[in-house]
Design a protein around this ligand. Structure first.
Ligand code: M6R
Length: 361
């Protein structure tokens, strides 16, 4: 059942090029984005996205996409905070809930809070028969197949893929994206599964680095823009399965506190595809190196050529349109955590104190 893999998590990581291609097949039609159920984002004044854990980081990535591609204001909230804050809900808003299981108690309670207050309840779920799917006006499937590992991998990637498709669709509906731009974006989406297969080539290097990461008591993840929520996802993956304390910071926040932690014992994972913010991130990375922090730079070959000097290790990823980089950079986040946990001998698929679906608050 693990298809020759040692753990479900490894199987699910390696399934991703296929599961990603499955979801894209359902959301793309020729050179258009065509979700299986069409929600009208043009009528909404804003989107409120609510979720827990990894699903919440998918929402944080999607905020950049909806703002940039559809010029829509987006709020992202953690379900356990949203449900009790009694925040005002705009009657013209779309409330969007993301959940792999569709049974997370806090996310379901947040949905019930928004019901009757927002104009529409949309959910992005893996389990289409779940409570969250049933109680939504529109339930969009992520089509990742059954995910067994407690640490979410392929569901996260497919949540991102669906949310990016929705952001593009919203941009088209709101007249921000014309058909030429839509076709170019769809062409980029269609390249993703192939790029993801290529990205799996970093696995051997992740395995080598794992022995060093396994010795660390703390690991810092840094990123800017779309890579900031990805830094959070990398830190969450590492802490939940390897039990190593990991934190994520926006690169630009480094000098407002966390740089005090940096010394030669601290591995600092920097997620930095070459994008418009690359040089900014590199200058933050240099501040870490000046304090002897051990930088593990995850970038593409151009980034490696420009910024590898003085870094402890570089992981070279395929080049990609920066807008779509989060979908690809999920892979190093997962593989670093996975191999570090395997090296430590923890129970990767069933880490201590955690449940696959959190049905109590
Ligand atoms: O089923 P859900 O997507 O609602 O679950 C939300 C979180 O509990 C979940 O993503 C959790 O953070 C994972 N263990 C992360 O790997």
């Amino acid at each position: 059942e693990k298809a020759g893999h040692r753990h479900f998590m490894a199987k699910e990581i390696h399934e991703q090029p296929q599961t990603l291609s499955d979801v894209l097949a359902a959301y793309l039609d020729g050179d258009r984005v065509a979700p299986p159920v069409d929600h009208d984002f043009a009528a909404a004044d804003r989107v409120v996205m609510v979720a827990c854990g990894t699903a919440n980081f998918a929402c944080s990535v999607a905020k950049y996409w909806f703002e940039g591609l559809a010029r829509m204001p987006v709020d992202v909230d953690i379900a356990s905070e949203y449900r009790y804050r009694e925040g005002p809900v705009s009657p013209a808003s779309t409330a969007l809930f993301v959940s792999q299981s569709g049974e997370t108690a806090d996310t379901l309670a947040a949905l019930r809070y928004a019901r009757g207050k927002a104009a529409a309840i949309v959910s992005v779920v893996n389990v289409t028969t779940s409570s969250i799917a049933r109680e939504s006006d529109v339930a969009l499937p992520i089509l990742a197949g059954v995910e067994v590992g407690v640490a979410s991998t392929k569901a996260f990637v497919n949540q991102l893929a669906v949310l990016l498709c929705l952001a593009i669709r919203a941009g088209v509906q709101r007249g921000v994206i014309d058909s030429e731009r839509e076709a170019a974006l769809v062409a980029g989406l269609r390249r993703l599964p192939g790029l993801m297969s290529q990205a799996m080539a970093i696995e051997t290097r992740c395995e080598e680095l794992a022995s060093r990461l396994a010795e660390a008591s703390d690991v810092l993840f840094l990123g800017r823009g779309l890579m900031f929520p990805m830094a959070h996802e990398g830190a969450l993956k590492l802490k939940e399965i390897s039990y190593i304390h990991a934190e994520a910071y926006a690169s630009g926040e480094l000098k407002h506190g966390p740089i005090a932690l940096v010394d030669r014992t601290l591995p600092v994972v920097v997620l930095a595809p070459t994008d418009a913010l690359f040089d900014k991130t590199v200058s933050n990375m240099q501040e870490v190196m000046a304090r002897e922090g051990q930088v593990l730079l995850v970038t593409d070959s151009e980034g490696a050529a420009r910024a590898s000097e003085g870094v402890w290790q570089t992981l070279v990823m395929p080049a990609i349109d920066p807008l779509m980089a989060p979908i690809l950079y999920a892979v190093p986040a997962q593989l670093l955590a996975y191999h570090t946990a395997v090296h430590k001998g923890t129970d990767v698929d069933q880490p201590r104190n955690l449940a696959k679906s959190v049905t109590v608050e």
